[in-house]
Every structure is written in structure tokens, then in C-alpha cells.
Design a protein around this ligand. Sequence first.
Ligand code: ZN
Length: 284
Amino acid sequence: MLESRSHSSTLIVLLIILSVILGCYLFRSDIKLGHIWQKISRFAVGQEIRFNTAQFQEIQTEHFKIKYTNTDDDYVKMIADSAELAYSQVSNKMNTDGKKKTTMVVYPDSRSLAQCFGWDKNEKALGVYWAGTIRILSPHEWLKQAYNEEEFQTDGPLVHEYVHLIVDDMTGGNYNRWWTEGVAQYIEKQITGFEFEDPQDISAGQLYTFRELDKNFDELDQQISYWESRQAVEFIASQYGEEKIYTVMDHLAQGDTLNQAIEKATGTDFNNFAYQCYQYMEKH
Ligand SMILES: [Zn+2]
């Protein structure tokens, strides 16, 4: 108890120091506030992981620092190899070459993964990206066939979560939930072939508007909101060219809103873009 209290106070002091340094820096430069917030949250979450996984074991690969428990002693090599594979596949596809090591935490069960986010313990997720870090559920918990590396690489969360990290990096943290979910699924489908099941018999009236996707992504029907997110990104790629996905992210990095970034990248008024995009969704 005492230990965790002293950890929290150390964290608060470090955060204050960091904020002051960054605050001074801000006055002398035109660094975007979003970039600063991204740095602070990554730092804070990095510290939180360091404290909360102090009892975990750790291995390092060229691009990852992987923390895991005894449950995954037999799986950690497979996880490490698959993480490096996901790194090279996503880096090739998105034309990036991140030099910094990414921290990945492997939780032994859904309950402990959910706990670290304060979620309902019944929440089922195979992976989560948050502030520069990737957290995954032990493959031991969900693989249909034990130790099946191919199943882990195709149906597992590594490519998807790593794309979230690249979107965060490319945009300086300035993005909407639907955008990052759309890009992650779009790239994942190309690399692994994986796609979430399409929602059944969806009619045009049941589709969410972009405003709804922007505002309450997590409260919406996840099957529909994820499907729409992927469709919107696919629409940009097929109608305007895949490179426009990256142009949108360049504009986001400059501080534009997502709607402004899409307008600039596609050269289309956003309402017109949305109209065409929903027509595209109705056909798919
Ligand atoms: Zn995702």
C-alpha cells in the first residue's frame, strides 16, 4: 500500500516537472498542444505500466519490450516472433520505420486485462492500444488450437494494435476513434486477410452518421461502428487513391480536424464526401 502510494506521488511529481518543462518549451515554439499531450500521456502510461507490471517477466526483441507472466512462458517466443513480423509487415505497408521499442504487456486472462482499464470484467478484447503501449490477452486464453502460430498471427491483435500506434505517431495524437479503427482494419485486412464479420441485414436507416461516430463511438453497436469505420477508409482508398489516407493523416498532424483533413485530402466538401461515402456503404 505504502509502496503504491509512494509510486503515485513520484508519478505526480514527475508529471508536474514534465509539464513545466514542456510548458516553457511551448511558449518558445509552435509545437502543437496535441503533440505535447501525446508525450505526457505516453510518459504517464509508461510509468503506470512499469509500476503495475513490476512482478512480470520481460524479454526484449529488436522493436519490442514484452512483459508477461508465467502463464505465457511457453508462448512468449511465439508472441515475440509474431510481434516482429507484425512490425515489419505494418512498417512496409505504411512506409514507416519506428526506431523506438514499443512496450507490450501480455495479460494472463481477460479479467486482468479488463482490470487495468477499469472495464467490466466480462469485456472481451484480444488487444488494446493505449498511449504508445500495446496490451494483449494471452494466446493461451483464446487460440482454438494451442501453440498455433499461424492462427495467432492471422486472428490475433498484433497487426491491428500496431497500426493504431502508427496512426497515433503519424497524426501526433490528433485523430478520432473511428478513423484509427478504420485504418487499423483496412491495413489488417490487407496484411492478414482478417475482417470482422459484416453486420447482418443492415439498412441505410441504421447506419450511424459521422457525427455519431465522432461523438460516442464506444456507446454504439460495435459491429456497425467498426464496419462503417472500415468502409469509410476503404471508400477514400478506392475513390481517391490509397495515398490520400496518408494525406489525411498529414493534415491531422498539422492540427486540422478530421473533417477538415478529409476535405483537404479529397478536395471535396465534407457533406458531399459523407453523402458519397454512405452511398458506397449501402452498396457494400
Ligand atoms: Zn482497434
